[in-house]
Ligand binder design. Structure first.
Ligand SMILES: Cc1cc2nc3c(=O)[nH]c(=O)nc-3n(C[C@H](O)[C@H](O)[C@H](O)COP(=O)(O)O)c2cc1C
Length: 142
């Protein structure tokens, strides 16, 4: 079983600990690939729309985007983690998700994503965990 984990923060804080607890049950059998954002992720989308027009290879961040995309497409289970930052997912996670806008339903969805299972782990001090999770869920659903 392959698991791809996209971490919305590089910090080894509460989110990290929750993710580690979740993955514990899979450690012996699964092949787990993790990305920590922003370090392992692409830079900000510049809005050039090259990807929407079918030339995603020409994106300035193509190398990083395509590496993550390959991991997402090959995985049996996806795990996304993020603390709530001002009621939303981290800017690092949003910056990465923007690069997959071209895979949204009105554009060029990847058939491998249909029926794929994902787990979203968020937490916060008071309020905003739900809307942080929704930011990620929107991208996975669409
Ligand atoms: C920039 C920033 C924005 C935050 N916004 C919220 C928020 O909207 N609601 C909330 O309850 N906590 C908020 N927090 C607190 C974090 O969600 C909380 O401390 C969380 O446990 C941090 O997770 P971590 O240890 O994995 O980094 C914010 C923290 C930061 C740094």
């Amino acid at each position: 079983m392959k698991i791809t984990v996209i971490n919305g923060t590089e910090k080894h804080g509460v989110t990290y600990r929750m993710k580690e607890i979740f993955l514990e049950a899979f450690r012996d059998d699964a092949e787990i690939t993790e990305y920590y954002l922003p370090g392992d992720g692409p830079g900000f989308c510049t809005g050039c729309t090259t990807c929407f027009r079918g030339n995603q290879n020409l994106c300035k961040d193509a190398e990083k985007v395509q590496k993550i995309e390959k991991s997402l497409l090959e995985a049996d289970l996806l795990v996304f983690t993020s603390p709530a930052y001002v009621f939303h997912t981290t800017g690092a996670m949003k910056a990465m998700l923007d690069h997959f806008g071209y895979r949204w339903m009105p554009h060029r969805p990847a058939k491998e994503m249909f029926g794929k299972r994902a787990v979203i782990i968020t937490q916060c001090l008071g309020a905003g965990g739900k809307s942080a999770a929704k930011d990620i869920k929107d991208s996975l659903s669409w």
